[in-house]
Design a protein around this ligand. Structure first.
Ligand SMILES: Nc1nc2c(c(=O)[nH]1)N[C@H]1C(S)=C(S)[C@@H](COP(=O)(O)O)O[C@H]1N2
Ligand SMILES: [Mo]
Length: 403
């Protein structure tokens, strides 16, 4: 019943979503925030003026790059939609008519089709998955030495419940894919701002595309996707970085060859070997699965705590493409196990953790949360530097001053 209603709301009833009016930088209401980026200008404006958003950090106005302040992660494990970060590579249409929207499914399929939203909604079982959406460049601005790209703090991540149908059920509407299929590629309605620049298209290996958890989704936390988040449909790839989560989905193309397009072959890749800023001509591979990460959310760097009393620290963590096995609080040469909150939402979701230290005897210098996932993958002590600052998952450390 709920799903029926949702589908109607998200896909059928809507004649479209009205124009997205991006505020002008000069007119932004809001304040400033210091992202404490080590290598460069660290202050950013904040604004509540984007539609459907509370106060967000403005990394860029057009196309919008909006980061969530870390306070958004203090409570709960689902990030509210009005605090979900936003990222577009190119300008997106500011109006989409649901009734006219089609998804073309073609390439190496039995019979190319063009599907309405109703047909997508009827393609298979409706599935909801709670999963972390995280930009591959999340936390990049904290890299030392500095790297190029959007200088995000750690707020280019969010956890939401995504609802849609399985991508493989949508592919089945085209009579199935070629046995020689190698990749399934996605495009959205957004187009490059400059002539001749490459369109933002991304592809998954066929096996991944056909897995249980990859969705063509229309809802985020039981709300239809907003324009900013890709109305009317987006790809959701739980466990993988959000570069694959193509928004405003309009084309699905099955390839019998490797994908040589720009955003697969030239960018969103990272070194297969350890590199330094001086390294040249090293082999690279596409960024795919996310590694585990964790954050202290109860305290910020430089906060004061009371000497001679117990101290409870809290935070959140996620395992990446596998569930969490454990979270520890680590300091200089010590570690204590943390208590993991309930596994409410499955392996791809945020989870809370907490730990109580029996007695604060002095400053807590360079403490951080360290998570390990069910594959045994742990967060490293030192940054694994790479030229684009992708996949940051070094232990994030803070210092608390005892008074
Ligand atoms: N159509 C389209 N989809 C896209 C992008 C884009 O530029 N165009 N950017 C991708 C990247 S790099 C990220 S980080 C996520 C951001 O998703 P969000 O804005 O819903 O948080 O969208 C992905 N999907
Ligand atoms: Mo991204």
């Amino acid at each position: 019943m709920t799903e029926g209603r949702l589908t109607r709301r998200a896909l059928i009833a809507g004649a479209g979503t009205t124009a997205l009016a991006a505020p002008a930088l000069a007119k932004l209401g809001g304040g400033m925030i210091d992202l404490a980026l080590p290598g460069g200008p660290s202050l950013r404006p904040t604004t509540p003026d984007f539609p459907g958003k509370r106060e967000m950090i403005v990394q860029r106005i057009r196309p919008p790059l909006l980061e969530a302040p870390m306070e958004a992660f203090r409570e709960g494990v689902i990030t509210p939609n009005d605090r979900h970060f936003v990222r577009w590579n190119w300008a997106m249409p500011t109006e989409v008519k649901a009734g006219e929207h089609r998804v073309a499914v073609g390439g190496a399929v039995k019979k190319a089709v063009s599907l309405t939203l109703d047909e997508i909604a009827a393609a298979g079982e409706h599935v909801s998955i709670v999963a972390v959406n995280q930009c591959a460049g999340n936390g990049r601005g904290l890299s030392t030495p500095r790297v190029t790209g959007t200088q995000w703090g750690n707020g280019a991540m969010a956890c939401a419940k995504w609802t849609g149908v399985r991508l493989r059920d949508v592919l089945a509407k085209a009579g199935g894919i070629s046995p020689r299929a190698k990749r399934v590629r996605f495009a959205g309605l957004d187009v490059p701002l400059t002539d001749g620049a490459p369109q933002f298209i991304k592809s998954l290996p066929t096996q991944m595309a056909q897995s249980n958890d990859v969705l063509v989704a229309w809802a985020m936390n039981d709300e239809p996707l907003s324009i900013l988040h890709g109305f009317p449909l987006r790809i959701v790839v739980p466990g993988w970085f959000s570069t694959y989560w193509v928004k405003m989905l309009s084309t699905i193309e099955v390839l019998e060859h490797e994908d040589e397009s720009h955003y697969m072959a030239d960018t969103y890749r990272w070194p297969k070997v350890p590199v330094t800023p001086e390294s040249k001509d090293f082999p690279t591979a596409p960024i795919t699965a996310m590694p585990p990460r964790s954050f202290i959310t109860s305290h910020a760097d430089g906060d004061t705590v009371t000497k001679g009393t117990p101290l409870t620290l809290e935070g959140l963590a996620f395992g990446g493409d596998k569930g969490l096995a454990k979270v520890e609080l680590v300091g200089d040469g010590w570690s204590v196990p943390c208590e993991l909150g309930p596994d409410e939402h499955g392996p791809y979701a945020f989870r809370r953790w907490s730990v109580t230290l029996p007695n604060v005897s002095g400053n807590l210098t360079g403490i951080g949360a360290k998570s390990t996932n069910a594959n045994g993958l742990s967060q490293p002590d030192a940054l694994v530097w790479n030229p684009s600052g992708y996949a940051r998952n070094v232990i994030e450390r803070i210092t608390l001053v005892a008074q």
